[in-house]
Write a protein that binds this ligand. Sequence first.
Ligand SMILES: C[S@@+](CC[C@H](N)C(=O)[O-])C[C@H]1O[C@@H](n2cnc3c(N)ncnc32)[C@H](O)[C@@H]1O
Length: 239
Amino acid sequence: MRIRILGVGMGPQHVTPEVADALRGCDYVLAVEKTSDDRLLAARRTIAERFGVEVVAVPDPDRDRADPADYPRAVAAWHEARVAAYEQVLRAREGTVAFLVWGDPSLYDSTIRLVEQLAQRLPIEYDVLPGVSAPQLLAARHRIVLHAVGEPVHVTTARRLRGAIAAGQKNVCVMLTGSLDLAGLEDWSIWWGANLGTDSERLVAGRVGDVLPVLLAGRDEAKAAAGWVMDVYLLRAPS
Ligand SMILES: C[S@@+](CC[C@H](N)C(=O)[O-])C[C@H]1O[C@@H](n2cnc3c(N)ncnc32)[C@H](O)[C@@H]1O
């Protein structure tokens, strides 16, 4: 049994020749279906169809979001349920299976961890091929380097942004953005992008205090145009 974890970037236009070759050699794509109108599943179907590969979708197990204090345990239980759902399909079908990962598998994605768990239960070989991540596409769209010369960039989630700033981070790339709370950061610079790589893409850059209203309007526009919004941004402290 072989599993290929394939980064597909922000859509079919980012599927690299390496990923395309791997996908052509797969017997099916295994994916979760989060809702009856799962847009990321639709994107995976579009890519799989392009390469003539069938998609087997399993319903995403429910995730207990009631108690955020117990977030790690809730996520672990949800992962365990996903692994069980995948295992059932893998036991029933032969061949090489692909997981199509939005962006790159190395950033805020559980597929590698889930496959590691599957590999403890089944005789599986697996590999990972990279894709274009949201921070990479953000940097390309704004024609920037994510950090100043020789400096670091800190990648984190909106939930951890305040902690990162309190710890002295001055150049922060934020993913899983939730609601945008940038109070107190008016003098920082921001490079922001929503729905990158799609028709509803929006970009804004400037001093936070100056561009925040335009950015929030852009977020609403992206959501209205696509029915969903995902955004990512780089924040840099004033020098
Ligand atoms: C679950 S993470 C997946 C990240 C992905 N593995 C990657 O390499 O970018 C989802 C987050 O990535 C960012 N993201 C994903 N797709 C995006 C897009 N098309 N435009 C802007 N941000 C995006 C958003 O911050 C979103 O909350």
